[in-house]
Design a binder for this molecule. Structure first.
Ligand SMILES: [Zn+2]
Length: 306
């Protein structure tokens, strides 16, 4: 970009030496508080020369492995912010779901980038620069690290896609691919919660303290719970990952971990027959040839006063 500005300044009739002189004067004028590159931008502004905007991608065109990508998007969903232990301290990660008119994608912010989305709300537009893309569980994801910048509601940007509304459906009508669907159903079976160790960074399973991507890590504990739901129109198995299990059982992570060696009998009995409102994504389990609900959030149904 710097080179582009130099060429454009030269096109206005300035020589290289004159540009350099102006840059030095500007740096001095501002008491050395800016870089030569910064000065160059100011001078360009003063004479009406602008650099072209960095090339913008559409969501659909983003491929795993792409670096330094720039795009605008609309925020469609915001998930829970997590903190985790790293060898050198604490990490933070915040995942959003975003889209434009070409497609939708998971948007993962790490550490300093999480602060840039702390005030972002569903329906906002964001302008992202310096992000990268990688494969995450079979789908392309956009990640924002220390080099990324995220601007909330930039001027003049509007992305005309609907923020999807959650729709309540019957279990008999559930189709693989349904996302943002809600069910009102009773828990008719509750299997044990299964615990396992996972990498705090990439959430892959850890064996003998080793992540296949991150090497030796201090594993974080995770768990998964399977239940069977029945809403009177049909039954469906539902999968609750860690935070959803906590929501379902009304327990903190510490309380869940303390039950790891103990018995879930009390929890199990308290949930059997319980009516819940549950939001998730319907997936096909081809091994068992059935639909499963991967739960995003769950709450106990309000008891009726009738
Ligand atoms: Zn890992």
């Amino acid at each position: 970009m710097t080179e582009e500005i130099r060429l454009k300044l030269q096109a206005t009739g300035l020589t290289d030496a004159q540009i350099e002189e102006k840059v030095q004067a500007k740096v001095q004028e501002l008491s050395g508080l800016i870089s030569a590159e910064g000065a160059l931008h100011i001078i360009a502004n003063e004479v009406g020369v602008t650099a072209s905007e960095p090339e913008k991608m559409t969501i659909k065109s983003i491929e795993a492995g792409a670096m330094d990508i720039n795009f605008d998007a609309k925020v469609l969903d915001i998930y829970e912010k997590r903190t985790f232990k790293r060898k050198d301290g604490t990490g933070t990660v915040q995942t959003l779901f975003i889209g434009d008119t070409s497609g939708k994608i998971r948007f993962v912010c790490w550490d300093t980038a999480t602060a840039m989305v702390s005030t972002v709300q569903v329906g906002d537009t964001i302008r992202v620069s310096g992000a990268y893309a990688k494969d995450g569980r079979g789908n392309v994801e956009v990640h924002c690290g220390a080099r990324a910048n995220i601007e909330r509601n930039p001027e003049g940007v509007s992305i005309d896609i609907p923020v999807s509304v959650i729709e309540r459906i019957d279990i008999k009508d559930a189709m693989p691919g349904d996302s943002k669907v809600e069910f009102l159903a009773s828990i008719v079976q509750f299997y044990d919660t299964r615990f396992f160790d996972q990498c705090p960074e990439c959430r892959k399973r850890v064996t003998d303290g080793n992540c296949e991507v991150h090497g030796t890590v201090e594993p974080a504990v995770s768990y998964v719970t399977n239940v069977v739901l029945d809403d009177g129109t049909g039954t469906m198995r539902a999968v609750f990952w860690k935070s959803q299990t906590n929501q379902l059982c009304g327990k903190s992570e510490e309380e869940m971990v303390s039950l790891r060696e103990g018995s879930f009998e009390d929890v199990r009995l308290s949930l059997l027959g319980e009516q819940v409102v549950i939001v998730g994504v319907v997936k096909e389990n081809s091994m068992f040839n059935r639909n499963e609900l991967v739960v995003n959030r769950v709450q106990r149904a309000e008891p009726t006063t009738e």
